[in-house]
Design a protein around this ligand. Structure first.
Ligand SMILES: [Mn+2]
Length: 346
């Protein structure tokens, strides 16, 4: 079945296929490794933890394989399974199935990629724009707001098939965290009636403290972060007839304000609100190179632009890491490349 066939039947067949796979895995007691993308966000984490819980309920053993311990705000979310972190020396067991969540390929998994690749079977739950071949058990709906939205669909289908509840209070918090993050608190264009119905049903079934969840996910901050944000806004430059805003964060700036570089992408989103702006380029100096966060309006494809540098993402929000380059060189390069892309799109 091609992905186009899947779209035609509203993904019903692939959902059933994956549900069957999961029950089969459970009945055989398979060990399933769950791999969210690098530098996991609330959607990737929520999807990984909730699928781990559900798969264990149906008989699987699971390992949630991460590349780092939880950064805030994710540390405020339920930890249903102590993660396995190969980079700190945890020993990776052999797997029967590797499940990618909120990403579809090993290249988004950093140093964990070999563990994903060497598993004998693969499945994918994702909502990112993809290209190339996919494993046969791939549930990828690019119109879904969040991978957690797709996990909801799967868990609901599994509940129907098994005839008993599988959602729990913790799973509800995890899925809501992913959904509310990836819809930008229900403001992005990916916010659909379906995802709002899912959220409504979770709030109806379970007791969720939404103000506290949202405070931890979005509003909690530090004075240092606000001060850094002020400087980044100060440094923002408009170009290309004010269609582009470019800005940067150096290591020195992060050190000065004592900021981890986990939560910087939202600064790029904020700059997107500047009237008339089509593209925001935020350049962050990291130990691996310069990370580029791209935010775009309706007329610019951020994911396509990110692919120039080996990255990817969504049409409105994407990213890439440009290796072996200084901050200044990276900014000069994206400045040139964006001119070319904008000229081409006119
Ligand atoms: Mn996501």
């Amino acid at each position: 079945m091609t992905v186009n066939d899947q779209k035609k039947n509203g993904f019903r067949d692939i959902v059933q296929t994956i549900v069957e796979l999961f029950f089969h895995a459970g009945s055989e007691g398979w060990r399933v490794g769950i791999f969210p993308h690098e530098r996991h966000d609330a959607d990737a984490y929520g999807a990984a933890m909730s699928m781990s819980a559900v798969l264990e309920t149906v008989g699987c053993e699971t390992v949630v394989v991460l590349d780092m311990t939880e950064p805030p705000p994710i540390s405020a979310l339920p930890l249903l399974k102590e993660p396995l972190i190969p980079e700190r020396g945890d020993v990776m067991p052999s797997l029967d199935l590797a499940l990618a969540v909120d990403c579809y390929e090993a290249s988004r998994m950093g140093k964990r990629a070999p563990f994903y690749i060497e598993a004998p079977r693969h499945a994918v739950i994702d909502h990112h724009i993809y290209e190339g071949d996919l494993p046969p058990f791939s549930y990828i709906d690019v119109r879904a707001s969040a991978t957690c939205e797709l996990c909801y669909v799967l868990i609901e289908a599994m509940e129907q098939r098994i005839g008993r509840p599988l959602f729990t209070n913790d799973i509800a918090i995890l899925l809501l965290a992913g959904i509310v993050t990836d819809t930008g608190r229900y403001t992005y264009s990916n916010t659909t009636p379906r995802v709002m119905r899912q959220a409504a049903s979770l709030i109806e079934r379970f007791s969720i403290d939404l103000p506290t969840l949202h405070y931890h996910l979005f509003d909690k901050t530090t004075l240092g972060f606000l001060q850094l944000r002020g400087i980044v806004f100060q440094n923002a430059q408009r170009s290309h007839n004010d269609r582009v805003i470019s800005t940067h964060i150096s290591r020195a700036m992060l050190d000065e304000y004592g900021i981890q570089d986990d939560d910087l992408a939202k600064i790029a989103s904020e700059l997107r609100s500047v009237e008339g702006t089509e593209v925001v380029l935020l350049h962050v100096e990291t130990p691996d190179g310069v990370r580029l966060n791209i935010r775009a309006g309706e007329n610019f494809n951020a994911a396509e632009f990110a692919r120039r540098y080996g990255g990817g993402g969504h049409a409105r929000a994407a990213g890439a890491t440009i290796k072996n380059i200084t901050l200044e060189e990276a900014m000069a390069r994206t400045h040139r490349d964006i001119a070319e892309t904008l000229a081409f799109s006119e």
